[in-house]
Design a protein around this ligand. Structure first.
Ligand code: TXA
Ligand code: MG
Length: 309
């Protein structure tokens, strides 16, 4: 980052350009959310289908009236407690949000990122910014600027992302809060503020959260989930939470957290998947992690990475 990068990036966003920027979760590719032509470029560079809606990023709760029509009390409580941070809320949209951004739905996903560069950029731009993860559609989300291969107007390098998995998405557009994507903010923390959150079954997600298709976050190498992993013939790789008792036979082992800390594990998940994918392996085996705290987001990503194999 050099001096003048933020004002230049902000001006690019205001004038319809594409800017990759760091957030605390993953890197995003941003465009002016209220300019359909700018938002359309996101779908093009990512190869993203038009049915998959984008998350609108704001600098704070102040600007939310431009994009959100109704702010229920539960949304105010969650926003006051967790914004800026890795939480996305799905709420009723205003007419100003283009249909392209919400894929024709009457709701919009909104998030206030905590990363200082994202904050500075959103404040300087003074507009809502639509930003999906800065990977090709279906691929692994970038947690470092070097992971980004998209053709954009500018990339802001903020180093490695602290959280490492995407934001938790909660819909507050209906009578009851619904978890649409486990992510960087643990479900337990959300339930402590708003009470029970509904966790819909996988097949219901297809309509509730378009774009949460089963196969996603997928490395090129085949990946399976196995609780008692054993290496096969040839070059096999292992992804595990803590060091394996017997590392013999594995061509490469990626340990997510030597102490078994799920928050640390989430930070390293996507970079570890990328290293395994680049190692010329025949097969990757991932060992399940406990499904509490950030473990819920890790297992969601691993199941999707393994799906359809
Ligand atoms: O951490 C994150 O949220 C990152 C950073 C860049 O902020 N962004 C991100 O965006 O993960 P993306 O595009 O990879 O995931 C957005 C997902 C969609 O695939 C969809 O499942 C859900 O958000 N979504 C967006 N708008 C929605 C809506 N109106 N109703 C339901 N789900 C929605
Ligand atoms: Mg994504």
């Amino acid at each position: 980052m050099r001096e003048g990068d933020i004002p230049r990036a902000a001006e690019l966003l205001r004038s319809g350009g594409l800017v990759v920027f760091p957030t605390e979760t993953v890197y995003g590719v941003g465009a002016h959310a209220l300019d359909p032509r700018a938002a359309a470029r996101i779908f093009e560079v990512k190869g993203r289908p038009r049915f998959d809606p984008l998350i609108v990023h704001l600098a704070g709760l102040e600007g939310i009236d431009a994009v959100v029509a109704e702010l229920p009390e539960a949304a105010v409580r969650l926003a006051e407690r967790f914004w800026p941070g890795p939480l996305t809320l799905v709420l009723k949209k205003t007419a100003r949000v283009p249909d392209l951004v919400t894929a024709g739905h009457d709701t919009v996903a909104v998030r206030v990122p905590r990363h200082p560069i994202a904050q500075a950029l959103l404040r300087a731009a003074g507009i809502p910014v639509a930003a999906p993860s800065a990977n090709r559609f279906g691929g692994v989300s970038p947690t470092r600027a070097e992971h980004v291969t998209l053709e954009v107007d500018m990339i802001l390098d903020g180093g490695p992302c602290a959280v490492g998995v995407e934001s938790t998405i909660v819909s507050l557009a209906g009578p009851q809060p619904i978890l649409l994507r486990p992510g960087g903010l643990p479900l337990e923390a959300i339930e402590a503020v708003v009470g029970a959150v509904e966790v819909p079954p996988e097949d219901a997600l297809r309509t509730l959260a378009p774009g949460r298709q089963t196969r996603h976050y997928a490395p090129g190498t085949t990946l399976t989930l196995e609780s008692d992993p054993k290496p096969g013939p040839g070059r096999w790789g292992l992804l595990c939470l803590q060091p394996p008792a017997d590392p013999a036979g594995w061509a490469q082992v990626e340990v997510l957290s030597p102490t078994g800390d799920l928050t640390e594990a989430a930070t390293h998940l996507f970079a570890a998947l990328r290293r395994l994918d680049a190692a010329g392996l025949e097969h990757i085996v991932a060992q399940p992690v406990p499904e509490h705290g950030l473990g819920r987001a890790i297992m969601d990503r691993l199941r999707r990475a393994a799906a359809g194999r």
